[in-house]
Design a protein around this ligand. Sequence first.
Ligand SMILES: C[S@@+](CC[C@H](N)C(=O)[O-])C[C@H]1O[C@@H](n2cnc3c(N)ncnc32)[C@H](O)[C@@H]1O
Length: 358
Amino acid sequence: MTGTASSLAPARMEGNGAYNRNSCVQEAGSAPAVPLFEQAARLAVLPAPPQPIVIADYGSSQGHNSFDPMAAAIRALRERTNPDQAISIVHTDLPSSDFSALFQALATDPQSYLRIDPTTFASAVGRTFYEQILPSAGVALGWCSWAVQWLSRAPAPILDQVQVAYSKDAAVRDQYSRQVANDWRTFLHHRGRELRLGGRLIILTMALTPDGDFGYRPILEAMYAALLQLVNEDFLSAAEVHRMAIPTVARSLSDLEAPFSDGRFADLAIDHAEVFLGQDLIWDAFERNGDARAFDARWAAFSRASVLPTLARDLDRGGADTRAGEFLDRVEAEMAARLAAAPEKVVIPLGLVVLRKD
Ligand SMILES: C[S@@+](CC[C@H](N)C(=O)[O-])C[C@H]1O[C@@H](n2cnc3c(N)ncnc32)[C@H](O)[C@@H]1O
């Protein structure tokens, strides 16, 4: 039996603030990028007052994980600017994203940067970042964490997994490789237009280790086994599972650098690029307390909040399928049971790129 890959953009993260509550892995992974964002705020060429300083947060989801980096940038900017010069922070995400949760978090999260600076203003844009979404030459600083690994579309069904990195189908892997290379150029092209001269853009994304490892193996194996189990239990059809694909692709350091082979691309140049391993906070907690149930529950909740809504969209009747809620619950529970059987540290490869426009 064959499936048809969804040609849509990815679905949003799980709503009602669930992503904010279940994204400590992403928050920890981004931590090494924060000092670089702070440094970028010290170096970026700023507009003269009374023009506002625009910071764009591309792929913000529900906001919580952006609060620390934004606060670090605001503090660094305030060492250079008059306190009256407005800072405008624009969070961007897909139109379907849970923007209500973002605005709630801005108002109530103790880490919200709105608490530290009265002349900082937050707003949001609901459009794909594979287009130009902000005025040309207006952005002084850009931040994009854990977002640009999401492709603009899933180019093909993946019949033997839901994550292409673990598929054995060379032709499918090739289609995803071409898509990720094109999407990277498209993303950079539009950011190159949006950045001001002297502006800086920090990108943190899923990466491949130098020996080509995508990481997350136990999580993805548990997820795929959970889906097959639900086929055995007649909750899902095989055709539904064949349609399901997580449209994320990790890039190697050379993939990240490829558009810049002549030194510049889209008026941007690389200041810094590296691949490193993110901290597995969930494993660290397990090593401290030996609580396997907490370990499996946290990784299953991470998966639910980040990728299961995208898979649910490929149920026969899409997101409106009456099984959508039960699908999330059952995959999460199946994954948790499998992960508890053999907790192991998860490899989290991340790429970090600092770009400047000059
Ligand atoms: C894993 S979350 C990352 C959220 C946050 N930046 C963080 O570091 O935790 C990825 C976000 O990227 C968004 N995203 C994916 N594709 C996008 C696109 N084409 N345009 C804008 N946002 C996109 C998703 O909707 C999601 O909110």
